[in-house]
Design a protein around this ligand. Structure first.
Ligand SMILES: Cc1cc2nc3c(=O)[nH]c(=O)nc-3n(C[C@H](O)[C@H](O)[C@H](O)COP(=O)(O)OP(=O)(O)OC[C@H]3O[C@@H](n4cnc5c(N)ncnc54)[C@H](O)[C@@H]3O)c2cc1C
Length: 806
């Protein structure tokens, strides 16, 4: 066994093997994998081996498509048969709602480059003669789906890595991880120690235990999962071709052929978490759990209805095995804050669909410093301290049992909530707020009419929130609205090196004291890393605000770039609340409670100052996320409630009205404001999306400067535009295709109804070759229908920005 290696990957399941292979594929060969038993000895060996590219997150879907392509590659390199059965797969719909969603999904597949098409019940029956299609409306067929051999595919990845110089140590248990002062690691195994630069936690079922060795809490929970294998079925034995993989979404089960019988797996509604306090080191290799037929009885009966032949086929074997789930079902990958050179590569619940995609992204991260493109949906830093063990269990259960649930864009799942609440929570409840959750915090989405149930009906079309949100928007445009914006992230950066540090971190010029600037963050590649707001409170003290769910993502970036700098970086999000007031009457309101003059000269647009509001000490930033005159008031959380009450009391005479995030999104869309995770992500550059206007290209140095200069002068194949869509009952949501005549011209990043301009609006990236085309030939898919659309050259509301500056 080597005593030194650049990387030690812990765990030899499908994910660890894919990780080892991708490190070598990208050029690192001094890498080893340590496996306590044999390869596949965790969840991997008993998996059904099915794979598909569908995922609700487009970037994860893209990586899944990549993962499938790798099996052929490693089979060729290694000579190891991966047992590939590229049977094609059909997701079937048995309800009109599901059918609508599949039609919608098919359009989104175009954007992702996934070649799928719709088929009717007859064709489904032709491809899968054992299915009963009496209630089936149709299906979405993807030729790039199927199943493979878990053993063969894991070994093919590991063998291919070994051919490129990697080593694999079997029957070797990692017992401890010791972090050394220089940031490197001693991996303590029962066969001796390995000194290494990086460790990768790919320990699957034992990822929690391996996390603890480095002091890292891994928010996952293993869940029990059943599938059954039938004996031979004559009708299947006689078929000329193999059955496709069938995902019966409404029946919550999947089926594929296994020799001359079938494998039928079910996602039961009463999920069973397994070993919630940790996985025993004694478990594994060939262990299985006792089948719990009573728990899956109703699902199996549904299976026998869908595939009547199964009832008489005889069950050859029932498998019940555990595999891990993160709270939202997506993997947990990336560096972990505060633990240098430790990499998370776990929580992968669909290892055969996702393993190589996860591994590619993480290997890029380790070798190049960042993954290519936006992988936030898999980033371990999307969860913070709020994702405790209990949270992980409740959310993991919820995800498992909703795995095939029809998920609408406005769905808000209830498990493990409320967790964090703002100081204004009871006031918002009294106002009948409908809540969502962001980074564990309850946030007001919109306010239901008093006397009605504060819930939103899940829908792909305009929901029961539509009219109340419209009223909130009009209140902001006409008088004054008030928003609990406490979820906004607030960071303070100060110290002797604060100026040089900030100047290098941000691509924009730093604001003068008392002033505010938009602050894009760039990666060295010139892609976007953040869209923050920078306020200068003193020469050497800055307050930075941004999206609350990115707190750990941004803190990690701040910390990673602070080496050798004498700066203090503090996340003050929980300790400071935020209340926004916006609308033409907001100044008049503020003037009645503020300790200073708030006229345009005393408190101009994009300025910040410490002010007492009522009796509370606050920081007021004159900013606008609505396009109206507006103020963000930051206040220590202990004062937030009395301040809110005071603002409501004084605001009464102006007709003040609480508004929520939905109204904010709608108002922002009317202004063509982009937002992070939609218009702004690491997939795009500043010149593609217009954030170049905030970049100070004359600055001597900042992260990504050279690339930003090249980006400024380059021709781009896509540009961000605003579209007005002719749609009467639904709005675009994201990743719908934009068409020019019948040509694919781009895709939507986000959409909303503009209530005060009475237009369905969307932002999206359009191929530049179409930008000079005749504007009346565009269309956009909204839900399952192509709707006419026009590109509008400027924001649909107050394009000059006079209202927010007034
Ligand atoms: C019944 C069932 C059916 C499934 N069907 C499918 C399917 O059809 N398609 C699909 O994509 N997914 C499926 N899955 C999920 C799939 O099995 C997992 O996503 C995948 O196996 C996870 O792989 P992994 O490498 O992350 O973890 P694991 O397979 O758990 O591997 C972790 C490895 O790490 C090793 N290890 C742990 N700790 C240490 C240590 N301290 N030192 C050394 N080694 C250590 C373990 O021995 C183990 O081999 C199914 C799961 C189950 C249970």
């Amino acid at each position: 066994m080597k005593e030194h290696a650049r990387v030690v990957v812990i765990g030899g399941g499908i994910v660890g093997a894919a990780m080892l292979y991708h490190l070598t594929k990208l050029g690192w060969s001094d890498v080893v994998l340590v496996e306590r038993k044999q390869l596949t000895a965790g969840s991997t060996w008993h998996a059904a081996g099915g794979f598909h590219s569908m995922n609700s997150d487009p970037n994860v879907a893209r990586l899944q498509a990549y993962a499938i392509s790798v099996y052929k590659e490693v089979e060729e390199i290694s000579g190891q048969d991966v047992g590939m059965h590229l049977t094609g797969g059909i997701s079937i719909a048995a309800t009109t709602e599901r059918w609508e969603v599949l039609r919608y999904e098919k359009e989104r597949h175009k954007v992702l480059g996934i070649d799928s098409h719709l088929i009717g019940p007859e064709e489904i029956k032709k491809l899968c003669p054992i299915i009963d299609t009496k209630d089936v409306i149709g299906g979405l067929y993807d030729a790039n789906e199927g199943h493979l051999d878990p053993y063969g595919s894991t070994h093919a990845l590991a063998k291919s890595a070994r051919k490129a110089g990697a080593e694999v140590y079997l029957n070797t248990m990692v017992e401890d991880l010791v972090h050394k002062a220089d940031g490197t690691w001693t991996v303590v195994t029962d066969k001796g120690n390995i000194q290494c630069e990086h460790v990768v936690n790919a320990a699957g079922l034992w990822a929690r235990e391996v996390g603890q060795m480095a002091g890292v809490h891994v928010p996952i929970v293993p869940m029990e999962h059943h599938y059954l294998l039938t004996g031979d079925i004559d009708e299947i034995a006689e078929l000329d071709s193999e059955l496709p993989l069938i995902l019966d979404l409404d029946g919550e089960m999947y089926l594929r052929q296994e020799q001359n019988g079938v494998l039928l797996g079910v996602y039961e509604r009463h999920s069973t978490p397994w070993s919630v306090d940790g996985t025993s080191w004694d478990y594994g290799e060939s262990d299985l759990l006792e089948p719990r037929l009573d728990r899956i009885e109703s699902e199996l009966l549904r299976g026998f209805e869908r595939y009547p032949l199964l009832a008489d086929a005889g069950i050859r074997r029932i498998i019940n095995g555990p595999f891990t789930f993160a709270p939202d079902g997506n993997p947990l990958i990336g560096p972990v804050r505060g633990v240098q050179n430790y990499w998370s590569c776990c929580g992968v619940m669909a290892g055969f669909s996702q393993g190589s995609g996860v591994a590619l992204a993480l290997a890029q991260w380790m070798i190049d410093g960042e993954p290519e493109g936006d992988v936030f949906a898999m980033d371990v830093n999307r969860f913070g301290a709020y994702a405790t063990k209990k949270y992980a269990i409740e959310k993991g259960k919820e995800f498992y049992q909703n795995r095939f649930l029809l998920l609408c864009p406005n769905d808000e799942w209830p498990a493990a909530r409320p967790n964090k609440v703002s100081a204004l929570h009871d006031r918002l409840q009294q106002a009948n707020a409908v809540f969502g959750a962001s980074f564990g915090l309850e946030i007001p989405l919109w306010f239901a009419p008093q006397g009605s149930e504060p819930t939103e009906v899940p829908s792909f079309r305009r929901s029961n929130s539509h009219d109340p949100v419209g009223e909130e928007c009009r209140a902001v445009r006409d008088s004054v609205g008030i928003l609990d914006s406490s979820s906004i992230a607030k960071y303070e950066i100060s110290g002797p090196d604060a100026v040089s540090y900030m100047d290098y971190l941000f691509a924009s010029r730093l604001p003068d004291v008392g002033r505010i600037r938009m602050g894009p963050l760039l990666l060295p590649s010139g892609q976007l890393k953040g869209d923050l707001t920078v306020m200068r409170l003193a020469d050497d003290r800055f307050m930075i605000t941004g999206s609350g769910y990115l707190q750990d993502f941004h803190m990690l970036w701040f910390e990673q770039n602070s080496a050798g700098k004498n700066v203090r970086i503090v996340n003050r999000t929980d300790e400071l609340s935020a209340i926004a007031i916006a609308g033409p009457e907001s100044r008049a309101l503020l003037s009645l409670v503020a300790s200073v003059d708030v006229d345009n000269d005393s408190m101009p647009f994009m300025s910040a100052q410490s002010v007492n509001v009522g009796i509370a000490p606050c920081l007021i930033a004159r900013l606008s996320f609505t396009g109206e005159l507006g103020y963000e008031i930051y206040v220590p959380t202990v004062y937030a409630r009395s301040l809110y009450d005071r603002l409501l009391e004084v605001g009464d005479k102006f007709g003040i009205r609480a508004f929520g995030i939905r109204a904010l999104v709608s108002l922002g869309k009317e202004k063509s404001f982009g937002i992070w995770s939609r218009e702004f992500t690491p997939d795009y550059t500043p010149a593609m999306c217009g954030l170049d206007r905030f970049i100070d290209y004359g600055k001597a140095d900042f992260i990504g400067r050279d690339a930003a200069l090249a980006d400024r002068d380059a021709d781009h194949d896509h540009k961000l535009v605003t579209l007005e869509i002719d749609s009467s009952d639904a709005d675009a949501w994201g990743y719908e295709p934009i068409w020019f005549k019948d040509e694919y011209a781009g895709f939507v990043t986000s959409g909303a109804y503009g209530h005060t301009v009475n237009k369905s609006l969307a932002l999206g990236y359009v191929k530049t070759q179409f930008l000079d085309s005749s504007n009346d030939e565009f269309s956009v898919h909204v839900v399952d229908e192509r709707r006419p659309a026009v590109i509008i050259p400027e924001a649909s509301y107050d394009p000059s920005g006079s209202r927010m500056r007034s």
